[in-house]
Design a protein around this ligand. Sequence first.
Ligand code: NOJ
Length: 501
Amino acid sequence: MASVRRLDGARQRAEEPALPAPEREPEWWRDAVFYEVYVRSFADSDGDGIGDLPGITSKLDYLVGLGIDAIWLTPFYPSPGHDHGYDVADYVDVDPLFGTLADFDDLIAAAHERDVRVIVDIVPNHTSSEHEWFKGDRSRYVTRPAENGLPNNWPSNWGGPAWTLDEERGEYYLHLFAPEQPDLDWHNEQVRDDFEEILRFWLDRGVDGFRIDVSHGLVKQKDLRDEPEPFPLLRFSSDWRTAIDQPEVHDVYRDWHRIAGEYDGDRVLVGEVVFSDQTRVAPYLRPDELQLAFNFSLVFQDWNAEAIRRSIDESLAALPIVTWVFENHDVTRIVTRFGPREARAAALLVLALPGPVFVYQGQELGLEEVDLPDEVRQDPVFAQTRGERKGRDGCRVPIPWARTLPERSWLPQPADWSARSVEAQTGDPGSMLELYRRAIELRPGGGFAWRDSAPGVLAFERDELTCVVNFSADAVPVEHVVLASDDVTGVLPPNTAAWVR
Ligand code: NOJ
């Protein structure tokens, strides 16, 4: 098979000198601050308006200064880019747009030198329609003969049926996302073997783990039964889909857990398991499966004390370890969801919670969702829903590094992002960036317990600090403030937070 040859060749290269592994604490990920790098929009080293791997390497000192422990790189593999890399055409190489395998090795080495771990995105649910497996015999995909008509009523997450008819081949193929992202058939042993090789390829190159795209989706119900209708319009969470979250998917993660465990340094598997009901995430976190899974419950909440408290309680009760997330490259930024003041308070809230936290690039700069003109939108969600859903481009606008914004940027940066740039915020004690730096530096550890508080106020204790968040319309008294999201003199104004001793 072409793919296996490709892997063998690449493996030989990776067998050259082993990359230095940093000294790691066991379970280093348990309290880590992870930073999501959306590669296309992070740092552009060659002036083409698109971020790349050397760009990331050049900004590692910035990330060290921010205090993060690990970075997650979104897909940088060769891809036609219909879903900006989440349509992978070759799992064991780097897209020339982003650099080379040598650039990747340099990035890993430079990160490890600085004691920063690197996890990479693995996209096992689907490939690109440009992948050789799909251009070839398609035996690795979910297909059905055309003569019986549409195989079932499954909708794509982004509108329209989840099946596309290939008239030439006389068969339908399944795609839970765009038609350019055909779903693999995880009942096929070959697919399992291929991915084991792919994981080893990157583990051999020194990655510290994987973020697994659509982790709950790989294995589909074998008989392809219809889904109950009506379907929800917004399908970020998969609670409604009965065709996925099949028991066999756990065998895949048991295998991957075993493989990762063969390597030194406590490599980590982080699942994108998208249920709003956290009890459905728990089975993925059994001791021999994934170490972490994003907890998206805060993504679904409004800025409201009761809702957020309930979400925290339900997550802590349901999961052995909770991985907190407010933002990523798929959701509206919190400055826009909650408001600028609230977003500062949210920073202190999330960084005081027990367990790992994921911060999305630009969250630390307080970037808002950009209201882009339709003609520059590139997210397939926009095209596939004929503009009914605007899509995710607004949170993917490239990071402003300097006051002088670059001439080229694959999505336009608002002019006032000059004042939000890293350059403008660095050293300004009132900036969002300095708030994140301080909060990551002072991040509390230890147990978690709620404290009594006024209505509309949340207060919880960690080891030596108490986090108080005021969601109410009234100021509340506070003292012994260690860090606050705004000016606090004796009282905590509405929509602010403080860490107090
Ligand atoms: C989840 C990723 O985060 C998202 O960006 C992507 O479009 C879908 N999975 C499909 O791969």
